[in-house]
Design a binder for this molecule. Structure first.
Ligand SMILES: *[C@@H]1O[C@H](CO)[C@@H](O)[C@H](O)[C@H]1NC(C)=O
Ligand SMILES: *[C@@H]1O[C@H](CO)[C@@H](O)[C@H](O)[C@H]1NC(C)=O
Ligand SMILES: *[C@@H]1O[C@H](CO)[C@@H](O)[C@H](O)[C@H]1NC(C)=O
Ligand SMILES: *[C@@H]1O[C@H](CO)[C@@H](O)[C@H](O)[C@H]1NC(C)=O
Ligand SMILES: *[C@@H]1O[C@H](CO)[C@@H](O)[C@H](O)[C@H]1NC(C)=O
Ligand SMILES: *[C@@H]1O[C@H](CO)[C@@H](O)[C@H](O)[C@H]1NC(C)=O
Ligand SMILES: [Zn+2]
Length: 762
């Protein structure tokens, strides 16, 4: 994105804040300096929208606030434009050709043309990424007999071609493989390792199950697949198979449900492709840790971020004959792990193995090279460039030809938002803040496109980006999920009231029916670099699959347009609701005069996280001295607790100050011009401060053992990948039973809260 060139190298919030304050004083002085200033002022008045142009007057109230549950005229026009629903059309287009990272160039061009057609200033940017494409695979079950070994079963590693579903066939299907998996051809005995979590491997070890030189067979679920391979590798395994167990599905053939395409249950041949990169260490190109992959950059050995052992995905139908041979060998899984260790294969007993006479041959041939991937950007330039910009993003690449849910339900929604905003532009609207839309490539392998973008434009993003709004899967089921920085809670909540849930009530009613708050960001999509590396408030949203929904065939050929149109979201109503909602959130961020946030919402969350963790501190830690001083962990906890409470009350008064300024602005029409002008710059100073709030949480040294993750509140779960845990420093210290690390993190957090208490009050 050439247009957002770095303008400011300062990254630390104090200096940037000061720049903002000085700017205000400087301007007031200039105003008193006669003709030159007068010309400048006239220019400013017009360009900053102090006097709305005739077009915007129709649509907006000049950045004024409206009561809860009421749309502004601008928002109303936007929602009207999306009464027409073209999401199904875009879904069909995006799922018509394979579009693995770096492939599907046709869709890059089409996206870029569509962006232009809808009035965006558009650009395609390539990054050069170390990437694997599949060459060949194979999996055979071997039986050792006295006279040698013989193949007793060969898995096809393919998904059944369905007559009803055109993208499940053809000669351009993408084989079963894992992104970033190692090439290899290994033959070994095998062991069932349940989900392949850290705890699962520890349990096997405690029962003296020998994993050295074995192939691990894990079922999907609970943690990111790359960490299953990482833990297997660390346990001495030489290969991994990961399968989709029907026990994880609400609809099952074993319970009498019909399988796709006849019914809602999983098609038994479906298998889950996906990346096995070690997501929680660092996303992005594994050979360019922390810096952009373009041209002739220096490249590092990737192997502490990607596996050394081969792995393959497999269906439950094809793993069953293999797992069955373990019956009676090793340990009875339910005896060592209870129900947690037992899946849902019908008439089947789960055993750990190994079975002495059986082995598998896992053949995985991957071609690695430096290959280009393509991000597409499109922006709508705002009227006030000094107010920064927001980024709205979705990834385009998929593991399969289809990808109707992941990610192209999000791509369809993104295009609908852009179409809605084009409608507003045709009515004469320009946003106050610039809006940048991004169609990322390579998300599936390791959040590649967004991470390289974030690393390249780091200083500009940290200086000018107010928020990042992400949609990956817009619809795979009917339950809206939202995970966000609490900085965005206010605009997220306000917008929920304004959109209908397709199955009755508002999105607000639907969302808060069974939940009390938004979720915690972990990792697994493109918000990661923004929130956790750069300290930019982010949200991830989408309708996900729940107990009543047909099984969603994640990363399988059956995540297709046909599935979406017949089962996932007939009529594309959920796509439409998501587009409406996300567009409104964007407008609420760009249009209001005072940036719409509630710092007390953030303070409340911090308090909650902290209490939750403090309650888990072991009794015998409390008296441990902290650092060199005689103060104990108990004291450190009390002190941090008190500071967080102080911050709650400071945040509250800061919010009141912001509200008062917005109210002044709302009533400022009748003010003499120069008073309105002064108010404008007063608000600008406050907006600067608000924009840098989230950066406070960055700790330059990062988390223990993974310095790329710099946010002290949100990070990818170290041992889970996807799932996030608040205050990861404290959480990991508790997990590691490391009281000193715990004490260290209370100090780091305390300093940040001290900073907030000094700078964000009334
Ligand atoms: C958006 O595009 C315009 C026109 O190229 C450019 O002037 C502006 O800087 C861009 N803004 C961002 C944030 O990319
Ligand atoms: C969208 O798809 C519908 C149904 O296939 C079709 O009738 C309509 O012309 C399409 N509209 C656009 C703008 O592509
Ligand atoms: C090995 O012996 C078994 C019987 O024990 C027989 O069925 C099989 O054909 C033999 N295989 C070879 C390769 O000779
Ligand atoms: C993989 O290893 C097996 C068993 O050693 C062997 O039979 C097979 O030919 C190998 N495959 C390739 C492609 O090298
Ligand atoms: C394995 O454990 C389960 C649960 O404890 C039990 O029902 C089953 O009979 C066991 N199987 C054998 C062969 O011992
Ligand atoms: C992988 O496939 C390529 C191309 O068919 C072949 O040249 C190479 O030897 C294979 N690698 C392995 C490890 O079998
Ligand atoms: Zn995705």
């Amino acid at each position: 994105m050439g247009s957002i060139e770095a303008t400011n190298d300062e990254e630390k919030q104090p200096s940037v804040l000061r720049t903002g304050e000085i700017g205000y004083n400087k301007w007031t002085r200039y105003v008193c300096k006669g003709v030159v200033a007068l010309v400048a002022v006239c220019w400013l008045v017009i360009t900053l929208g102090l006097i709305p142009s005739s077009g915007t007057k129709l649509l907006s109230k000049g950045g004024k606030s409206v009561p809860l549950g009421v749309t502004t005229p601008l928002e109303y026009s936007y929602l009207q434009a999306l009464e027409e629903n073209l999401a199904g059309n875009w879904s069909k287009k995006y799922t018509s050709v394979p579009h693995l990272a770096g492939q599907g160039k046709e869709l890059v061009d089409w996206t870029s043309e569509k962006f232009q057609e809808y009035g965006l200033v558009t650009e395609v940017e390539a990054f050069d990424i170390y990437l694997n494409y599949p060459v060949e695979n194979g999996l055979r079950l071997l039986e050792q007999t006295k006279n040698g070994s013989s193949v007793v079963y060969t898995a096809s590693l393919t998904e059944e071609v369905l007559e009803d579903d055109p993208t499940t066939g053809g000669d351009d299907l993408i084989p079963a493989f894992h992104g970033y998996s190692a090439s290899g051809n290994v033959t070994a005995q095998y062991v069932y390792v349940n989900r392949g979590t850290k705890e699962d491997f520890e349990l096997l070890k405690s029962h003296n199950v020998d994993l050295t030189g074995k192939v691990a067979i894990a079922r999907y679920g609970k943690i990111f697949r790359g960490l299953k391979v990482k833990f297997a590798q660390e346990a001495g395994c030489v290969g991994v198979l990961i399968y989709s167990d029907p026990g994880d599905d609400h609809f099952q053939e074993a319970k009498g449900d019909k399988a796709y395409p006849q019914g809602p249950a999983r098609n038994p041949s479906s298998l889950q492709r996906g990346s096995v990169q070690f997501l929680s260490s660092m996303p992005g190109d594994p050979t360019t840790p922390g810096y952009p992959s373009q041209g002739d950059v220096e490249r590092a050995d990737p192997h502490d971020r990607i596996p050394l052992i081969p792995s393959l995905p497999i269906s439950f139908k094809e793993v069953q004959p293999i797992l069955k041979k373990l019956n009676g060998f090793g340990l009875n899984a339910s005896k060592i792990g209870g129900d947690n260790w037992v899946g849902g294969l019908p008439r089947f007993e789960y055993w750990t193995g190994p079975a002495p006479h059986f082995s598998v041959n896992v053949y995985n041939n991957q071609s690695y090279d430096i290959r280009p991937i393509y991000n597409v950007y499109g922006n709508i330039t705002g009227t006030d460039s000094s107010e920064g910009y927001i980024v709205v993003g979705n990834h385009r690449d998929a593991w399969i030809k289809g990808g109707a849910s992941d990610p192209n339900s999000g791509s369809a929604a993104l295009l609908e938002i852009i179409r809605g905003f084009h409608h507003l532009q045709l009515l004469g609207w320009k946003p106050r803040k610039t809006i940048v839309f991004a169609s990322w490539d390579g998300e599936e392998y390791a959040l590649l496109g967004s991470t390289e973008f974030g690393e390249k434009y780091k200083s500009d993003l940290q200086a000018n980006c107010l928020a990042y709004l992400n949609v990956d899967v817009a619809a795979s089921g009917k339950t809206l999920n939202i995970e966000a920085s609490p900085f965005l809670n206010r605009v997220l909540t306000e917008s929920l009231h304004l959109v209908d849930y397709p199955f009755g009530g508002s999105l607000y009613d639907h969302y808060f029916d069974k939940r009390a708050k938004f979720g915690i960001l972990g990792s697994g999509s493109d918000y990661t670099v923004f929130q956790e590396h750069l300290g930019i408030p982010s949200v991830d949203m989408g309708f996900s699959s729940g107990p009543e929904d047909p099984v969603y065939h994640y990363h399988s050929n059956y995540d297709s347009h046909h599935w979406m149109a017949t089962r996932g979201d007939p009529g594309f109503k959920l796509h439409n609701a998501l587009a409406k909602y996300l567009g409104l959130v964007a407008l609420k961020l760009t249009e209001r005069k005072v940036i719409s946030t509630s710092l007390v919402a953030y303070a409340d969350e911090l308090e909650l996280y902290f209490k939750d963790l403090a309650a888990k501190v072991p009794e015998d830690w409390l008296s441990i001295p902290v650092g060199g001083s005689q103060r104990t962990i108990a004291d450190a906890l009390t002190s941090l607790g008190t500071k967080l409470e102080t911050f709650q009350s400071n945040a509250h008064s800061f919010d009141l100050k912001a509200e008062a300024l917005q109210a002044e602005w709302d009533a400022s029409d009748s003010l003499p011009f120069w008073k309105r002008f002064a108010l404008h710059f007063k608000i600008k100073g406050l907006n600067y401060q608000i924009r840098y709030f989230e950066r406070t949480f960055l700790h330059e040294k990062g988390l223990k053992g993974r310095p790329w993750f710099k946010h002290i509140v949100y990070a990818a779960g170290r041992d889970t990948g996807y799932q996030g845990f608040a205050f990861p420093g404290l959480k990991e210290a508790l997990d590691d039973k490391d009281a000193h690390a715990f004490a260290k993190w209370t100090r780091i957090i305390r300093k940040k809260i001290d900073y907030l208490n000094d700078h964000y009050k009334n």
